[in-house]
Structure formats: C-alpha cells, structure tokens
Design a protein around this ligand. Structure first.
Ligand code: TYM
Length: 332
C-alpha cells in the first residue's frame, strides 16, 4: 500500500544541464527508488535565485529540468515532480524554522563559506538557503533525502531543526535521514580533481554533461588529469585516477574494491580511460534519447508539474496548518 511506504524527497537546482556529478551522485540513484518509496522530486527554483539568474533563463531551465528528470528515469507515473515556487508552504515554513536557527550554525555551513568566497556580493538568501532546504524536507515529512556528499551538512541541519521543533512544541516532524551512496557521491572535476565537478566551472572540459555526445565524452575522459603513474587505484592520494575509478564504479555499479581488482593488471592509463568513456557512453545513451524526445514538449512537461502541484499542495497545507496551530498562530 502506498500509504505505508517511506517518503523520499530531493531536488536539483534548475541552473543548466545536469552533469555527471548530478547524475551519478543523484538522479541515477533516485530512479531506483520509485517502487520502494513514495517519491517527491522537486525543482528548487527558490534556491536558484540565491545567486542572480536571468529570468528568461531560469524559466527555461526550470521546465528543462523537468525534462532532464524524466530522461534520467524519473517516470512521472511512478513519482511526483513539482516546482518549489508553485507550492505555498516552503517559504512559510522556512520562516518559522529560521526563528529556531542560531545564526552561527548558518555561518558554519560549508556551502555558504564556499559560495560566499566566490561571489563579491553576498545576499542574505544565500545564508538562509539551508533553512529553506530544511523546510522543503520537513514540509513533506520525508524519511529519506538522497543526495551527493556535498548536501550532507544541509540534511543534518534539517534533522537538527526537526528535533528542535519537536522538543520545543510537540512531536510534529519526521527526522529525515540522508541517503548518500558509497560511489558517485563526490564526483570531482576532470581538470582539477581536488575540486568537485560543478555546473559553474568555466572550463567545460572539466565537466561531463548528461547530453555530451560520445565523441565529446571520449575526448574529455582522455584529457582528464591523472598522476604520473600507471596504477589504477581508489587511494585518494591519486586524486585524478581515483576520480575516474569512482566514476567507472558508480556507472557500472560495482564496488571500488572490485574496480581496483578488475584493472589491477592494466599497465597504462589509456586503455583504462577508454573503458571509463565506454561505460559512460552506454549509461547515458538511453538518457540522451529520452531527453531529445521530450525536451521541447512544453505541454507535456507543464502537465507533469501541474499534476505534481495538485498532489503535494494538500500535503504542504496540512503540515503548515499543523505547525501554525502548534506555534500559536490564530486559525483563519
Ligand atoms: P544541487 O542542485 O547543487 O545538486 C543536485 C544533486 O547533485 C548532487 N551533486 C553531486 N554529487 C556528486 N558529485 C558532484 N560533483 C555533485 N554535484 C552535485 C548534489 O549532492 C545533489 O544531490 N541544495 C540542493 C538542492 C535542494 C535540495 C532540497 C536537495 C534544495 N532543497 C531538499 C534535497 C532536499 C542543491 O543545491 O543541489
């Protein structure tokens, strides 16, 4: 019975094409959860504006993100896909949770520190970002939040805030658990393997996008930075090669130990890189086909998020009414 299923909620910012980190660290794992859990996948466009976005680009990227979700296997008949700003409740709950969050805890968030170091003008939305994320999760009483490693601290804040609300008022929120895979959860740049792969990297050869053609994938992997050795190792000391091995293992769903075993007789990096590229090409082929088939079908994509809103708005409304009652807001 779907009512007894645990709840999964997660999302990706609509800020351009998904890259291999978003895919292996996130979307590729999400599609495996559709039957076991009640799944809510949303598009956090309110998070996206913590960094300036060109309005027309944001509009396009939001609908395009729906197409990419579906292309990655998030079948809208087996899960719910919605847009954050369509739902009344996320920012409202965030305000309330913000009133329970010490400022120091926000200043300590790694992502705030990284992003604020890169941007000249820092707006308060960037600092507030993790509270909005906690609201996204708690509004639907999610049991599990599957993400890459970089979001762990944010999910931990959501746990803290749920516990704090429950003890300050009374039992209200489910305490969410992060779900982070062993491989794929931290895919690094192909050019600077000490940094994570990111959409905002100005060097496009450092990032593989899920729409990259086979030739482009081969070229990027062949040119990926490695060390001056020949051992295929998962040891983080060999950052470049460990990253490629991690990519291979996440793509073919084997453990790092099995990956090391498989390649232990390889005497050079080139044949290994060839196999990594081939594994990615095979994995991304069906995603690319699906994406091409639906990306321009605005009517269909709109219908998916319309249905998503209809499913989740009553849930958000229910949680918010409960929270308002508990904190002492008069009912309307
Ligand atoms: P975002 O849009 O930065 O990333 C989306 C997902 O991709 C994962 N990811 C990676 N995984 C492995 N290696 C990488 N290099 C890599 N880069 C990104 C992220 O961990 C994430 O799972 N704050 C979130 C969006 C969000 C959210 C939420 C997520 C808003 N509210 C509520 C879960 C629940 C973000 O910016 O993800």
């Amino acid at each position: 019975m779907s009512d007894e299923k645990k709840i999964v909620l997660t999302g990706m910012q609509p800020t351009g094409l998904l890259h291999l980190g978003n895919f292996l660290g996130a979307a590729h794992n999400w599609q495996k959860m559709l039957d076991q859990y009640t799944c809510y996948f949303f598009i956090p466009n309110q998070h996206a504006i913590t960094i300036h976005q060109v309005p027309a680009n944001l509009r396009h990227a939001t609908l395009n993100c729906v197409a990419q979700y579906i292309a990655c296997g998030l079948d809208p008949n087996r899960c719910t896909i919605f847009v954050q700003s369509h739902i009344i409740g996320h920012t409202e709950l965030a305000w309330i949770l913000g009133c329970l969050t010490p400022l120091g805890q926000l200043y300590r968030m790694h992502q705030f520190k990284d992003k604020s170091a890169k941007n000249e003008s820092i707006y308060s939305g960037l600092l507030y970002y993790p509270i909005l994320m906690a609201a996204d999760i708690l509004l639907y009483n999610a049991d599990f939040v599957p993400t890459g490693e970089d979001q762990r601290q944010h999910v931990e804040l959501a746990r803290d805030l749920a516990e704090k609300f429950n003890t300050t008022y009374s039992e209200t929120f489910t305490i969410p658990m992060p779900l982070i895979e062993k491989t794929g959860a931290r895919i690094m740049s192909l050019k600077s393997p000490e940094c994570k792969m990111s959409k905002s990297d100005p060097d496009s050869s450092a990032t593989i996008y899920i729409t990259d053609e086979p030739k482009v994938i081969q070229k990027k992997i062949a040119a990926a930075v490695t060390d001056s050795g020949s051992k295929i190792s998962a040891n983080p000391k060999y950052q470049g090669i460990a990253n490629l091995l991690n990519i291979y293992c996440a793509a073919t769903e084997i453990t790092l130990a099995d990956g090391e075993e498989k390649f232990k007789t390889y005497a050079a990096y080139a044949p290994f890189k060839k196999e990594v590229a081939e594994a990615l090409i095979a994995l991304l082929e069906p995603v690319q086909k699906k994406y091409q088939a639906i990306k321009d079908d605005k009517k269909y994509l709109q219908s998916v998020i319309q249905k998503g809103s209809e499913t989740v708005q009553p849930i958000a409304h229910h949680t918010l009414s409960k929270v308002y009652r508990k904190i002492g807001f008069l009912e309307r």
